[in-house]
Design a protein around this ligand. Structure first.
Ligand SMILES: [Zn+2]
Ligand SMILES: [Zn+2]
Length: 460
């Protein structure tokens, strides 16, 4: 580390040897574009660098609203760039790594992550022409490493993508458990279950603060296991007379594999339509997360098969314009033509804000005689969330026993609900805030509002 002080930096923006600071620049008070900073003894560590999607108002003369990608304003850490020792990526969802290729030139630090996430990241850096410049250190799911003044330990969680990692961040001033995105799934279909033994051990190691996913804190009970979706999806496919098109989130490798397994069992060939599905499946193959027994067919080959022999997994569950399912619905797909008697299964929930687009896609599909099965009208579950509901948060607080809970990854109401779960389950203190606030974890717990400038920049 270059110890030369940055002259224009006020001294109170530099964490001291007694300090452990947490400063979210994105993802705190909102869902999306996660970017977290930890500060200790003159150094900063960044955890995740994601994007969010926003609806743009239609340009004049254009009827269709479009989606734009946005990222956090990194002015603050750009100013402290010499003190930034590393960027850690917890998992390969866009809201955690989507902004790396765009923002890395301002960060210029080594990246630490696990193999699957690194595989996705390399593809993005390659496209941006940055692959040769960025150093990526690949760790095991239970690996650990010291970077500057931070000691980092990866803890395997379960979520809706391979290798979701919680990170234990230790410094001489204090210790944090950064959960990132997680749920407690005993049967995640792909990859190993979460490392329960290690999570329970952390209680004996005194965690000063747990920075925790709040997405589903207002939902009672537990999330459904990814492995529990097989019967509902099997029923839906087995009873379909014609083609089956199943749409899910592009990064859900487990869902793709459940659907591909069901296809084999019901005498159908599977193919993927849509770039995000293809990229994810290819990364899964490259990193050992795709069993050789699950074969995928080229969409152009599926076109020659009888309808009842076809199961297509397609992007477009949110009704977005231009995705595979939208093109199929409008008879604008080069390979596949949908017909009356075909079935479309939405193995996804509708993200708030997308209801109108999904509704209009569903009515277009129905108008050509396609049967539509949405997650909410299936008698058995055909979609599972990747985030912890109330009872899972209870488990985690009881396992980790942190002195302080800092809810993130949610809107204010989700974070407030998460804080209430913490307080009701043995956590003495919680801190609620928003992007740009300084959460001081050590020496004493306090918050400074508006510590770092924040904002959003439009990427595309
Ligand atoms: Zn997330
Ligand atoms: Zn995620």
């Amino acid at each position: 580390l270059d110890a030369t002080p940055i002259e224009t930096t006020p001294a109170d923006q530099i964490p001291g040897a007694q300090h452990l600071w947490f400063v979210p620049l994105g993802g705190c008070g909102e869902i999306g574009m996660n970017m977290n900073l930890y500060g200790h003894n003159g150094q900063w560590l960044m955890v995740d660098c994601g994007i969010a999607f926003e609806r743009a108002t239609p340009a004049e003369g254009k009827a269709i609203a479009h989606t734009i990608a946005i990222a956090p304003d990194v002015r603050f850490i750009e100013h402290h760039q010499k003190r930034l020792v590393a960027l850690v990526i917890t998992h390969a969802h866009e809201d955690h790594l989507g902004a790396v290729a765009r923002l890395w030139p301002k960060l210029r630090c080594p990246i630490y992550t696990t193999a699957f996430t690194a595989e996705i990241l390399r593809r993005k850096l390659q496209e941006a022409g940055l692959l040769s410049e960025v150093i990526i250190h690949v760790l095991e799911s239970d690996g650990s490493v010291s970077v500057g003044v931070f000691h980092l330990e990866w803890v395997l969680m379960t979520h809706s993508i391979p290798e979701p990692q919680g990170i234990v961040i230790s410094t001489p001033a204090g210790k944090v458990f950064h959960t990132a995105d997680w749920k407690l799934d005993a049967n995640p279909v792909v990859g190993n279950p979460f490392n329960k033994a290690r999570l329970q051990q952390l209680a004996d190691e005194h965690i000063d603060a747990m920075v925790c996913d709040s997405t589903n804190a207002t939902s009672p009970g537990r999330s459904i296991s990814e492995g529990a979706l097989y019967p509902g999806l099997f029923e839906a496919v087995a009873h379909a007379p014609g083609r089956v098109i199943a749409t899910c989130f592009g990064s859900n490798i487990a869902r793709m594999q459940t659907l591909a397994t069901i296809a084999t069992e019901t005498g159908r060939y599977t193919g993927l339509l849509g770039r995000s599905l293809e990229t994810m499946a290819s990364a899964a193959k490259a990193t050992g997360y795709w069993p050789a027994t699950l074969t995928l067919s080229e969409p152009s080959h599926l076109a020659y098969l009888a309808p009842h022999e076809v199961l297509i997994i397609a992007t477009g569950s949110q009704g977005d314009h231009g995705t595979a399912l939208a093109r199929l619905a409008q008879h604008r797909h080069p390979d596949i033509e949908l017909e009356a008697g075909d079935t479309v299964i939405f193995s996804a929930r509708t993200i708030p804000g997308n209801e109108q687009d999904v509704e209009s896609l569903v009515s277009t599909l129905k108008s050509i005689g396609v049967k539509v099965i949405q997650a909410e009208d299936s008698p058995l579950p055909i979609h599972a969330t990747g985030h912890p509901c109330h009872d899972e948060l209870v488990d985690m607080y009881q396992w980790i026993k942190p002195a302080l809970a800092i809810p993130v990854h949610g809107e204010a109401r989700h974070m407030k609900a998460n804080a209430q779960v913490a307080l009701a389950n043995g956590v003495d203190e919680t801190m609620l805030g928003t992007n740009g606030d300084l959460f001081q974890i050590a020496p004493e717990v306090k918050k400074i509002q508006g510590f770092a400038p924040t904002g959003r920049i439009v990427l595309r």
